[in-house]
Design a binder for this molecule. Sequence first.
Ligand SMILES: C[S@@+](CC[C@H](N)C(=O)[O-])C[C@H]1O[C@@H](n2cnc3c(N)ncnc32)[C@H](O)[C@@H]1O
Length: 291
Amino acid sequence: MSASNTARRVLARLRPAAAPDDVLQQELAQARTRLRRTRTQLRQARQKAAGLERELKLTRASLRSPVHDLVLPDRVAAVIEQVAAEKLTYLSQENLATLATLVLDVERRGLPGAVVEAGTARGGSAIVMAAAKSPDRPMQVYDVFGLIPPPTDADGADVHERYRRILAGESRGVGEETYYGYRDNLYDEVTDSFDRLGVPVAEHGVELVQGLFADTVHPDGPVALAHLDGDWYESTLTCLERIAPVLVPGGRIVLDDYWAWSGCRRAVDEYFADRPGYVVERRAKVHVVRV
Ligand SMILES: C[S@@+](CC[C@H](N)C(=O)[O-])C[C@H]1O[C@@H](n2cnc3c(N)ncnc32)[C@H](O)[C@@H]1O
């Protein structure tokens, strides 16, 4: 090997492959490229998430209600706000709005028949339904207006545990208010609430019927829309047996408790098993439509 070759090799070994600044610049450029790529991926992920959220909102809305082209009148929306503010209901504002929309849809379609609520407690959902209906359309509101009656063996352990807590005085009302079942004069209180919220019962064709459903629920004509919110098996079954046969074609029963309490679920499943003429819609609340 020539001396000059050896010298060249030695020099090459001594010289750094690249100046430290150059290495840093290269690394910086690579990091910037990675950052740009990550930002693009993040933007795309955000756009996808926003799309999924829009879809979820639409799915939730369609699960909640079959009616989407009705806007609530301001006065009905105001009643919903006040019911929620005064903690007169266990229902969310969205579920109250759905009930109001279903009442308005009954009016729009000109369905004959009464509006019914069985299970009203402090009156919230009944007041909203009454505010949405025409004053000429009769409405019956059924409740014991006191302590909820006991469940039966047909209810599950969930219901019996709930009832044990109610009897033990451990039940809390909405927003820490006194539980409706511990109030002294619920019938008068509910009548006053209808008045205060601008829907006096006498002027709006509403009848508050006090007593056990087994004794009181005897519709004397067709029913267009019923909201059943009596929690337990017997309470639900009694109302289904009395109301479903007089539901008009296109009329609807909304079951508040199907997903919440085992007894209600059992009553609905039993009653509508092999019963032609009704369609059970498994929505956010279960609906039954007479076809
Ligand atoms: C969950 S609360 C109703 C809630 C109400 N819809 C709201 O807007 O918050 C259930 C009501 O049904 C009543 N109830 C349940 N079973 C009954 C029965 N068999 N007879 C009469 N009232 C009953 C209870 O006393 C209670 O007032």
